[in-house]
Design a protein around this ligand. Structure first.
Ligand SMILES: [Zn+2]
Length: 119
């Protein structure tokens, strides 16, 4: 992922609407590019400042590092769950495929025993 794409994703990452399939690349980029990491931190700080206006509470700058860490953890959790979901999906597809093969073989054996197939 390039900086331009990572920066376009920042607002989506912050509001939780980012494409999960792209999050792993995004996270890798954020961990290896200080300017995009700063961009994400600015965005997070801005979001929290705006949220604190709504909630009418004082905004603490000291907590920005901790909330950044929480955001990264949330992204990692989403990547983990997405990976599990993908594996589970393929497991279901694989089971479905072999169940279909089994059903076709059983049907052919049945037809064979009835004399409908000549082999
Ligand atoms: Zn970058």
């Amino acid at each position: 992922m390039e900086c331009r794409e990572a920066r376009l994703m920042v607002s989506h990452v912050l509001d939780g609407s980012a494409d999960t399939a792209k999050l792993e690349d995004f996270l890798w980029h954020i961990e290896n590019c200080s300017s995009c990491r700063e961009e994400l931190m600015y965005g997070l700080n801005l979001q929290q400042a705006l949220d604190s206006l709504d909630e009418n509470v004082d905004y603490e700058l000291e907590s920005s590092e901790a909330s950044f860490h929480k955001l990264i953890q949330r992204i990692k959790t989403r990547i983990f769950l997405y990976d599990r979901y993908r594996r589970f999906k393929w497991m279901i597809y694989t089971c479905g495929f072999w169940a279909l093969v089994f059903a076709v073989v059983m049907q052919m054996m049945h037809w064979h025993s009835m004399g409908f197939l000549f082999f």
